[in-house]
Structure formats: C-alpha cells, structure tokens
Design a protein around this ligand. Structure first.
Ligand code: BGC
Length: 820
C-alpha cells in the first residue's frame, strides 16, 4: 500500500479508446470511514464495485493543469463492504490529451490519459491507503473514441463488469507510472460541472426512413441522453448543430472543425439508456440516424450542463423581444460557463478568452454567483502570468501563437475582473489575491507608453467585431485600436489606484492616480477637441470617452449630442464591437439621451440587439449578423451562435431600464433610478446580493406610475423617482410610490399614428402589424419598397393619402397591440 502517483497505459491514446483502470482490494471488518481523492489527466468517471461515484461530469474541469489540477473527494464509506472490493475509473482524453483550438493541437498536457486515485480506509486502530500505482490494471471498454470536440463512440456490446469483484482481467495489463507534479493538485477550489436541466424535443422531423432531425428549441451546452431498444450491433449516430439550413438539414458551419458526433452501438435485447461522458456539444438540433422503428419524443432528452453556480439575478419587462434578448444572454452564460468562462461552446475553440469575459463580467456577476468559478479562473490567470510574464490571451492558455503585447480589454481582465468581483461581492480578499498580478500587467503597459503617456505601439484587438470592420479583419473597425486601448487604460489605471488604496498600499495608490491622470491627459490631447468632439467620430469612440470619465463636464453634453446624432444617422442599428457595445447605451443615458438608447436597444433591423431575436435566436451570437437575413450563415468563419460578449448590454438593462444600481461595493449602498420609456409598460430587476434581496420595479398604468424598491438589511438607498426630480433616502425594507406623471412622459417611446416610419420600423412586431394593415388596404402594391424614401415622415401623413375606410383606427390598434 503506497502513496498515489499518476498512472497510465503503456502507450499514447492517439484519439482512440478511453483508458480503463481497476484495482481490487480487501476491506477488513470494522471499517470506520473511507474516502477517495481522485483526479485525472483527461476526464474521468470513477466507480466502486460497479457503481458510479458522484454527480460531477467532465471532471477535472479545465484549469491550468500544470499549476492547478483539481482533485475531487468522495466519502465512499457506504460503497464498501468487508471482503473484496474494486475501484475503477474510465479516463477519456478530455482537455489534457485531446485536440484543442482551431489548429487541433493534441496532447497539450499529456500524451495519454492518466489517473490519480487515493483511497483512504480508516479502521479504529489504523489507516490504510490504496493509492494508484503499478498494482492497478489497465484495459479497454466500450468507449472506442472520444474527444471534447470530436464526440464519443460507444460500443455497448463491449460492456462488462470491469469495475466489479471477480472480473476476468486476463486481457488487462499493469499500469505504468506517469510523472506529474503532485504539488499542482488542489482541492475544494474549483466548482464542478453538473447536469442542470433536461429539455424535451419540441419537434422531430423525419427526413428519411431512419433519419430524423430533432429540435430541442434552445441552443445549449451538453448532450443527448436516449433510451432505445433494438438488435445488437445496430449503430445510432447523433450529429449536432446550432442551426438548420433553409431545407431543414443541419447547418454545421458554426462548429468549424469540432465534429460533435456521438455514435452508440446497441448491446441488443433489453432497452438501453445512454449518454456520453467524455465530450460535450453546443447545439440545439441533433440529427439521429439508425434509430430502430418510430422515435418516441420521450426517448430523448437534451441534457444541459454547466458549472454549478447559484442564480442570483433576474430581469423582466412588458416587451417580449427584450425579455428574449435577456433570456438569450442567460442561456449564453449557461452555455459558456462549462468549467471555465469560454468564448463559445461549439466550435474548435471553447477557450477562456480573457476579453470576452472582461466585457461580460458585470452581467455574469449579476446573473449568477460567479465567485467560486472566477476566483479559480483568476488563480489560473495569475499562475500562467507568473510563469510566462504576461497575461495569457486565453486562460488556461494552450495557444502557441500568442499576442505579442498586452491588449486592452483582453489583458485588462487581470485588473478589471478582480475589481468587478470586489464591487459586486464586497470581498477585499479578491483584490488582495490579484494585486501582484494587476501591478505586473500595469508595469508592462507602462513600459509601452510614449513620453506623452500615449499607448500607441503594439498590437491591439481594438473594437473587435465592429460590424463595419472588413470581414477578414475583425480588429480593423472604425475606431482606432490605440484609441480603444488608451480609453481602457484610463479605466484600469483608476481601478488599480483604487485597489491600492483599499489594500493600504498608499504609495502605489498615489503613483497610479498620477498615471491615471497622465494617460487621461494623453487621450484628451491626442483624441479630443476642446469642445468635446472625439476623433473617429464613431459610437465606440464616444462611448469610451463618455463612460470612462475622460471628458470634462463641459464637454460631455457636446459629446453626448454627437453620439446621439451618430446613432440616429445609422438609423438606430448597432455599430459597435466588443469594446463599445457594453458602453454605448450607458454613454447615451449618462448624457441624457434615454430615448435614443431605447431605440438603439429595441431596433430589429440588422445589425441590432434584437435582430437575432427576430431571427429566432435563443442565445447571443458572436457577430450581429452571424446568420444573415436570408437565413444563411455569414461566411466569415467566425459565426458562433453562442458567444456571450455582446450580451453585456444586459448590465445596462438592469441598471437603467429597471433602475437597480450598485453604488458601493457589496451593495451596501444602492440607488434606485428607473428610466421608463421605449413604450414599455413595466420592468423589474431583482438580485440576491451578498446582503439579501434587492429589487427595483416600475409599472405604468395610463399616466399612473408605480415604483417599488426592496432594499436588503445592512444597505441604504437613494430612490430617484422618475419624472419628478425627487429623491428619497431609505433604509432596508420594501418601499412603494404611486403617482401621476405627465401623459407625454407616460407615452414616451410609445408608437402612435404620428410616429415616423423610421421610428415604427424599429419595433419589428408593430411594423409587421402595420404593414399587414397597409397591405390589406392596398393589395398588390409593394409597400415596403415604396416606404424606403419617406422614413422621416409621420405615418399619419401617409395614411391621409389612403382612401380606405377606418384605416387610421386599424393602424392605431396595430400599433398598440402586443403591449401588455
Ligand atoms: C474568439 C473571440 C476572442 C477573439 C480574440 C476569437 O476567435 O472567439 O471571442 O476574443 O478570438 O482574438
């Protein structure tokens, strides 16, 4: 009985069968307690006497394995009995061995799956340890091929009692030791991935006698579990996709090289239930071929997986499309918090891109309690930063080509994420843990500044995926990449100065305050006119300068007006990428432009926030037009349908539409400041803060406005009542105000017969209803084409020219329908 080491088969796995390990051992009478510590290079399923242990899936989740490899501990006392017992584990390639990234590079951590297991048997008078070593046996089993991107090939005819006592081990060989630094093992720091939800099919479309396409109604991360009965040797193949083509077949373009195919070979006889264990897919549709006979929808379930996290925040309004946009954001978070925060869960990436998370962190930390996962992720970031001297572009990093310089928004995650988590949860330890890492990044950036304090050298990703950037250069948007970098530097220098002050590093705080002033001055000298016009004249440039407090107060109004004009000029379609999108609505509301902010948010014409929703999206897309209006996939090769970054606008929705604002870290101070508008009848945001429930809600009934706020114990709040200029100071509890407002304010953003066509087009559903009425009154006339040039005219002017009886009343009804 020896201490555990990592053990493996004698040969590399090369994408083939999973590795099965077993060890028979005796338990004497009088066992008091038994526990198992287990992990793997690869992903494992552990068994005792044939029974699967625990609820975790895809363990150990992907961390910076060389620095931090997570060990799971199970109390297994009840699973053991006196006499012979067997410990078994099946280990697939997972992230450690299988191919990763678009280059499909294999063996990023190990050339073969390996197991580490330490079983401790406690008796009244002694402790025995069964540790993984050469006394373990290695064999094969039903998993013939497996990979995170690839899928799983499972042959149920090869099932056996391999992890039970008495099994014939003639074909099994002794395990070999595999060198791995045991100091990298960590416990209790990494939350597990688990099954979270099951979805039933919403439709099953039979394409050929034994080929169907199943729609689960929602893009998710996970897999399909099924129950089937048929003859031995029959092969069932499941191919996954996020989208269908116009002729109802799978559109697998968005997966790129990730095959995402599961194959199951039937054992035969009794009914058999199966789900894969060594892969996961980003999908909504699955094509199933080879199914014997009729496919009963109850035989299938989509299993939704993600990291175990508590849901904390919700949001709801009277606007169906807006609610769906928010729901899509939640689903994209769920789909991408699978062990680590990823860019996307379906294609040959699924990497922890730092910038995506940095953009989305305010929203993520509202929707779920992300502390366990993101503290672990930050520990990985710090470990790799300390090793290589730079913040990796992806955490954990396996990319061989890395960006040569720190990049704004991406590298910034090292500073802005701890800062965001501290703000949300009020826990200074998060800042303390990351302080050295924050400073190290800032030192590097500082070295790249010119004498005037301008960050004007080196590669930047800029306003990544600006919709006006050339298709082959997502970093080449309208806004100069170094302007973006300088603006984010104004933010991170301030965050670092504040962090230093909180942690009591006073000299650092003064130094970073000075740096912050210096880089702000450099921004203004280089990019801002004395009156407040910002170079590039793009929505992103203005959004950055306004939200990051780069402009002086007397420049703000001018800049806000310029921004509003730019937004109006692009007809309220969206023109920002990863860097500008989280800020553009904030910049509008900060400068008093609430109506344009609503119109930007509620626009449905492509590119816009709601365009994907009108196309049936159930998650946030990577590009505004990942799917083009004709239903085909944008041919750029970067068209994930599940990318949370652009969902960052949800944070603004919580704060400004519903009005639930955090003023001090950990929600000790709150501001309730709803901004009714956009034709919405009500909105509500509710958050489980670290102090308890906080919520803000408003409802319009005609011109009667009700505002309700819930403030948790230990917090104080200011309630700014909309349209009154009044504000009230309150303590914990529920507070309600009902009052009359000016009918013109109540009608804000509501469409009427005097609204212009451009205003109405923004509301996709209302526009469709109006078109239907117009079309009915003027059959045969191509109305939409005719309206293209008179968008700025009120609808009433157009209607005046249509002789149809009662048309004004019908149009008014069409405009009002759909609002609750
Ligand atoms: C990812 C992005 C990421 C970007 C940066 C892409 O391939 O999907 O979301 O941030 O690369 O280079």
């Amino acid at each position: 009985m020896a201490e555990a080491t990592f053990i493996s088969a004698a040969h590399p796995s090369q994408g083939g069968p999973a590795t099965y390990f077993r060890r028979s051992f005796d338990v004497a009478d009088g066992l008091v307690r038994a526990s198992l510590r287990v992990t793997a290079l690869g992903v494992f399923k552990a068994y005792l006497n044939g029974s699967r242990l625990g609820e975790d899936v895809l363990a150990p989740t992907w961390t910076s394995y060389r620095h931090r490899l997570h060990v799971t501990t199970h109390d297994v006392t009840a699973a053991l009995a006196a006499g012979e017992n067997v410990l078994g584990a099946a280990v697939g390639e997972g992230w450690a061995v299988g191919p990763l990234s678009w280059d499909m590079v294999r063996e990023n951590y190990s050339d073969r799956p390996a197991l580490y297991a330490e079983l401790t048997l406690e008796y009244p008078d002694r402790t025995e340890i069964v540790g993984s070593d050469e006394t373990f046996l290695v064999g094969e089993g039903p998993v013939r091929e497996n990979g995170i991107y690839l899928g799983e090939h499972y042959d149920a005819r090869l099932e056996s009692a391999w992890s039970e006592p008495g099994f014939d081990t003639r074909d099994w060989a002794p395990a070999q030791r595999l060198e791995w630094d045991l100091d990298a093992l960590v416990e209790g720091e990494v939350p597990p991935i688990r099954r979270q939800q099951e979805l039933a099919p919403v439709s099953i479309d039979r394409r050929e006698p034994s080929r169907v396409i199943v729609d689960f109604g929602q893009v998710v991360s996970g897999w399909v579990r099924f129950t089937v009965k048929g003859e031995a040797g029959r092969e069932i193949v499941l191919r996954h996709a996020e989208l269908l083509t116009s002729d109802g077949e799978l559109e697998r373009e968005t997966l790129r090289k990730a095959e995402s195919i599961d194959t199951y070979v039937l054992r035969g006889g009794r009914s058999e239930t199966w789900e894969p264990a060594f892969t996961f897919h980003g999908f909504r549709y699955v094509e199933i071929s080879g199914w014997p006979g009729e496919l009963d929808p109850d035989a299938l379930r989509a299993i939704v997986i993600h990291t175990e996290m508590a849901r904390t925040g919700s949001f709801d309004t009277s606007h169906a499309l807006l609610n769906r946009l928010h729901e899509n954001t939640v689903w994209s978070m769920r789909g991408n918090f699978v062990g680590l925060p990823t860019d996307c869960p379906q294609r040959d990436e699924r990497l922890g891109w730092t910038g995506d998370l940095n953009a989305f962190a305010p929203t993520a930390s509202y929707l779920y309690d992300v502390r366990p996962l993101l503290r672990s992720w930050l520990a990985d970031l710090r470990a790799e930063q300390a090793e290589t001297g730079r913040v990796p572009d992806t955490v954990p990093n396996i990319l061989t080509q890395v960006m040569p310089d720190p990049t704004a928004l991406w590298s910034d995650a090292a500073i802005s994420l701890p800062w965001q988590l501290y703000q949300q949860y009020g826990d200074e330890r998060i800042l303390d843990e990351s302080y050295a890492s924050m400073v190290a990044l800032m030192d590097q950036i500082e070295q790249r500044l010119d004498d005037g304090g301008l960050w004007s050298r080196g590669f930047q990703l800029g306003d990544w995926l600006d919709p006006d950037a050339p298709a082959d250069n997502p970093a080449g948007g309208k806004t100069e990449a170094h302007l973006v970098a300088q603006a984010y530097l104004c933010k991170t220098t301030r965050e670092l100065a504040a962090t230093a002050r909180i942690l009591g590093h006073r000299a650092d705080a003064d130094r970073y305050d000075a740096l912050s002033e210096r880089v702000r001055r450099a921004f203004r000298e280089e990019y801002v006119s004395p009156r407040g016009r910002v170079t590039n004249e793009s929505a992103t440039a203005y959004a950055l300068a306004i939200v990051f407090d780069i402009l002086d107060d007397d420049q703000l109004a001018h800049a806000g007006n310029r921004l509003a004009a730019i937004i109006a000029k692009s007809k309220f379609t969206i023109r920002t990428g990863f860097a500008g999108t989280p800020l553009v609505t904030d910049a509008l509301t900060k400068t008093g432009h609430i109506d344009p902010a609503y119109r930007l948010l509620l626009q449905t014409t492509c590119p816009s926030f709601l365009y994907p929703v009108t196309q049936g999206a159930t998650t946030i897309w990577e590009r505004w037009d990942s799917v083009l209006p004709d239903g085909t996939v944008n041919k750029t090769g970067m068209t994930s349908l599940n990318h949370y970054a652009l969902g960052a606008v949800a944070d603004w929705m919580h704060r400004e539409i519903a009005g639930l604002q955090r003023v001090a870290p950990g929600w000790s101070r709150i501001r309730i400041a709803p901004q009714p508008g956009g034709g919405l009848a009500h909105a509500r945001a509710e958050l489980e803060t670290v102090r308890g429930t906080a919520s803000s809600a408003w409802r319009l009934d005609g011109a009667t406005l009700t505002v309700e706020a819930v403030i948790p114990e230990g917090s104080t709040a200011e309630i700014a009542l909309p349209f009154t200029g009044e504000s009230h100071e309150v303590e914990a509890g529920t507070h309600r105000w009902t009052y009359e407002i000016d009918p013109a304010d109540a009608a804000r953003g509501t469409l009427t017969i005097d609204s212009t066509l451009n205003e109405i087009v923004v509301d996709h559903e209302a526009w469709q209803r109006v078109l239907a009425v117009l079309q009915g009154a003027m059959p045969g006339i191509p109305i939409e084409a005719g309206l293209a040039h008179i968008g700025d005219q009120p609808l009433s002017a157009l209607i005046a020219q249509i002789p149809a009886e009662g048309i004004a009343a019908r149009i008014t009804t069409a405009l009002q329908n759909g609002e609750s």
